[in-house]
Ligand binder design. Structure first.
Ligand SMILES: [Fe+2]
Ligand SMILES: [Fe+2]
Length: 200
Protein backbone atom coordinates (compact mmCIF):
# COMPACT_ATOMS: atom_id res chain seq x y z
CA UNK A 1 0.00 0.00 0.00
CA UNK A 2 1.51 3.30 -1.06
CA UNK A 3 0.66 6.50 0.72
CA UNK A 4 2.75 8.64 -1.64
CA UNK A 5 0.97 11.90 -2.29
CA UNK A 6 2.58 12.58 -5.68
CA UNK A 7 2.31 16.32 -5.23
CA UNK A 8 4.44 19.10 -3.86
CA UNK A 9 1.98 21.99 -3.74
CA UNK A 10 -0.62 22.16 -1.01
CA UNK A 11 -3.46 24.57 -0.39
CA UNK A 12 -3.90 28.03 -1.88
CA UNK A 13 -1.61 30.90 -0.98
CA UNK A 14 -4.70 33.15 -0.96
CA UNK A 15 -5.63 31.35 2.28
CA UNK A 16 -2.42 32.24 4.09
CA UNK A 17 -3.16 32.88 7.75
CA UNK A 18 -6.58 31.23 7.65
CA UNK A 19 -7.21 28.55 10.26
CA UNK A 20 -10.10 26.60 11.63
CA UNK A 21 -11.27 27.91 14.98
CA UNK A 22 -10.33 25.73 17.94
CA UNK A 23 -13.98 24.59 18.13
CA UNK A 24 -14.05 23.68 14.42
CA UNK A 25 -10.77 21.79 14.67
CA UNK A 26 -11.93 19.89 17.74
CA UNK A 27 -15.24 19.02 16.06
CA UNK A 28 -13.37 17.55 13.08
CA UNK A 29 -11.01 15.74 15.46
CA UNK A 30 -13.80 14.02 17.40
CA UNK A 31 -15.83 13.36 14.29
CA UNK A 32 -13.00 11.53 12.53
CA UNK A 33 -10.94 10.04 15.38
CA UNK A 34 -12.64 7.59 17.73
CA UNK A 35 -9.57 5.71 18.93
CA UNK A 36 -8.57 7.16 22.30
CA UNK A 37 -4.91 6.24 22.03
CA UNK A 38 -4.70 8.01 18.72
CA UNK A 39 -6.54 11.00 20.18
CA UNK A 40 -3.99 11.16 22.98
CA UNK A 41 -1.08 10.96 20.53
CA UNK A 42 -2.54 13.77 18.42
CA UNK A 43 -3.18 15.92 21.51
CA UNK A 44 0.37 15.32 22.69
CA UNK A 45 1.88 16.35 19.38
CA UNK A 46 -0.42 19.40 19.31
CA UNK A 47 0.76 20.40 22.77
CA UNK A 48 4.41 20.02 21.80
CA UNK A 49 3.95 22.05 18.62
CA UNK A 50 2.21 24.83 20.54
CA UNK A 51 4.88 24.97 23.26
CA UNK A 52 7.70 24.96 20.72
CA UNK A 53 6.09 27.76 18.69
CA UNK A 54 5.59 29.94 21.76
CA UNK A 55 8.83 29.20 23.60
CA UNK A 56 11.41 28.51 20.92
CA UNK A 57 10.09 30.38 17.89
CA UNK A 58 8.74 33.31 19.90
CA UNK A 59 5.45 33.28 18.01
CA UNK A 60 2.28 34.96 19.24
CA UNK A 61 -0.82 33.02 20.29
CA UNK A 62 -2.45 33.22 16.86
CA UNK A 63 0.61 31.86 15.05
CA UNK A 64 1.17 29.24 17.73
CA UNK A 65 -2.37 28.00 17.08
CA UNK A 66 -1.36 27.32 13.47
CA UNK A 67 1.41 25.03 14.76
CA UNK A 68 -0.90 23.45 17.30
CA UNK A 69 -3.57 22.84 14.69
CA UNK A 70 -1.07 21.04 12.43
CA UNK A 71 -0.22 18.75 15.35
CA UNK A 72 -3.82 18.26 16.39
CA UNK A 73 -4.99 17.13 12.95
CA UNK A 74 -1.90 15.46 11.46
CA UNK A 75 -3.25 11.91 11.89
CA UNK A 76 -6.97 12.77 11.65
CA UNK A 77 -7.63 10.31 8.83
CA UNK A 78 -5.55 7.44 10.23
CA UNK A 79 -8.33 5.97 12.36
CA UNK A 80 -11.01 5.48 9.72
CA UNK A 81 -9.12 5.67 6.42
CA UNK A 82 -5.60 4.31 6.98
CA UNK A 83 -5.19 3.58 3.27
CA UNK A 84 -5.83 7.27 2.56
CA UNK A 85 -3.65 8.53 5.42
CA UNK A 86 -2.65 12.14 4.89
CA UNK A 87 -4.45 12.46 1.55
CA UNK A 88 -7.90 12.70 3.12
CA UNK A 89 -7.12 15.27 5.80
CA UNK A 90 -5.16 17.36 3.29
CA UNK A 91 -8.13 17.47 0.92
CA UNK A 92 -10.49 18.30 3.77
CA UNK A 93 -8.35 21.23 4.90
CA UNK A 94 -7.93 22.43 1.32
CA UNK A 95 -11.70 22.41 0.90
CA UNK A 96 -12.00 24.42 4.09
CA UNK A 97 -9.54 27.05 2.81
CA UNK A 98 -6.94 26.46 5.50
CA UNK A 99 -3.52 28.13 5.45
CA UNK A 100 -1.25 26.22 3.02
CA UNK A 101 1.59 26.15 5.57
CA UNK A 102 -0.53 24.05 7.94
CA UNK A 103 -1.52 21.67 5.15
CA UNK A 104 2.09 21.37 3.98
CA UNK A 105 3.28 20.54 7.47
CA UNK A 106 0.75 17.71 7.71
CA UNK A 107 1.70 16.48 4.22
CA UNK A 108 5.38 16.23 5.16
CA UNK A 109 5.05 14.55 8.58
CA UNK A 110 6.40 11.29 7.18
CA UNK A 111 8.66 11.97 4.19
CA UNK A 112 9.36 8.28 3.62
CA UNK A 113 5.64 7.48 3.48
CA UNK A 114 4.18 10.51 1.74
CA UNK A 115 7.11 11.55 -0.44
CA UNK A 116 6.95 15.17 0.69
CA UNK A 117 10.07 16.79 2.13
CA UNK A 118 9.76 18.83 5.32
CA UNK A 119 10.88 22.36 4.40
CA UNK A 120 9.62 24.94 6.88
CA UNK A 121 10.37 24.90 10.58
CA UNK A 122 6.75 23.90 11.23
CA UNK A 123 7.16 20.93 8.87
CA UNK A 124 10.37 19.84 10.52
CA UNK A 125 9.13 20.09 14.08
CA UNK A 126 5.97 18.13 13.35
CA UNK A 127 8.10 15.40 11.80
CA UNK A 128 10.51 15.49 14.75
CA UNK A 129 7.84 15.32 17.46
CA UNK A 130 5.69 12.66 15.84
CA UNK A 131 7.73 9.50 16.43
CA UNK A 132 9.78 10.58 19.42
CA UNK A 133 6.74 11.65 21.44
CA UNK A 134 5.26 8.20 20.88
CA UNK A 135 8.35 6.44 22.20
CA UNK A 136 8.53 8.69 25.25
CA UNK A 137 4.87 8.12 25.99
CA UNK A 138 5.34 4.35 25.74
CA UNK A 139 8.21 4.70 28.22
CA UNK A 140 6.01 6.72 30.62
CA UNK A 141 3.46 3.90 30.62
CA UNK A 142 5.99 1.36 31.86
CA UNK A 143 7.25 3.62 34.64
CA UNK A 144 5.30 3.53 37.93
CA UNK A 145 5.76 7.30 38.21
CA UNK A 146 4.87 7.99 34.60
CA UNK A 147 6.60 11.14 33.40
CA UNK A 148 7.58 12.23 36.90
CA UNK A 149 11.32 11.94 37.39
CA UNK A 150 11.87 10.69 33.88
CA UNK A 151 15.46 11.26 32.78
CA UNK A 152 17.17 11.81 29.48
CA UNK A 153 19.38 8.77 29.92
CA UNK A 154 16.38 6.49 30.47
CA UNK A 155 14.82 7.63 27.21
CA UNK A 156 18.10 7.17 25.35
CA UNK A 157 18.42 3.65 26.70
CA UNK A 158 14.94 2.82 25.37
CA UNK A 159 15.86 4.34 22.03
CA UNK A 160 18.81 1.96 21.76
CA UNK A 161 16.64 -1.02 22.66
CA UNK A 162 15.27 -1.97 19.26
CA UNK A 163 12.56 -4.19 20.75
CA UNK A 164 11.11 -1.35 22.83
CA UNK A 165 8.25 0.41 20.99
CA UNK A 166 9.54 -1.43 17.95
CA UNK A 167 7.12 0.36 15.62
CA UNK A 168 8.78 3.70 16.37
CA UNK A 169 11.27 4.40 13.63
CA UNK A 170 14.68 5.28 15.07
CA UNK A 171 15.74 6.25 11.58
CA UNK A 172 12.96 8.82 11.30
CA UNK A 173 13.91 10.28 14.69
CA UNK A 174 17.56 10.71 13.71
CA UNK A 175 16.60 12.07 10.30
CA UNK A 176 14.13 14.53 11.83
CA UNK A 177 16.69 15.90 14.30
CA UNK A 178 19.20 16.36 11.50
CA UNK A 179 16.75 18.21 9.33
CA UNK A 180 15.53 20.43 12.16
CA UNK A 181 19.10 21.13 13.28
CA UNK A 182 18.25 20.16 16.85
CA UNK A 183 20.20 17.94 19.18
CA UNK A 184 18.38 14.75 20.09
CA UNK A 185 19.01 15.42 23.80
CA UNK A 186 17.37 18.83 23.62
CA UNK A 187 14.33 17.43 21.88
CA UNK A 188 13.95 14.62 24.42
CA UNK A 189 14.20 17.05 27.35
CA UNK A 190 11.64 19.32 25.76
CA UNK A 191 9.19 16.45 25.31
CA UNK A 192 9.70 15.06 28.83
CA UNK A 193 8.78 18.43 30.32
CA UNK A 194 5.93 19.53 28.01
CA UNK A 195 4.20 16.30 27.06
CA UNK A 196 2.47 15.57 30.40
CA UNK A 197 0.52 18.81 30.03
CA UNK A 198 -1.40 17.26 27.14
CA UNK A 199 -3.31 15.20 29.71
CA UNK A 200 -4.48 11.65 29.45
FE1 LIG B 1 0.86 9.88 10.56
FE1 LIG C 1 1.43 10.88 14.36
Amino acid sequence: MSLLLDRTEFGDSANTGKTLTREEAKALFYDWVKNERLQLHMNQVAQLMKCWALEKEGLNEADAWRWEMAGLLHDADWDQWPDQHCKKIIEELENRNVDPEIIRAIASHGPLHFGVEPVTKMDKMLYAFDELSGLIHAYSLMRPEGYTGMELKGVKKRLKEKSFAANVSREDIADACNRAGIELDELIQFIILRQPQAGQ
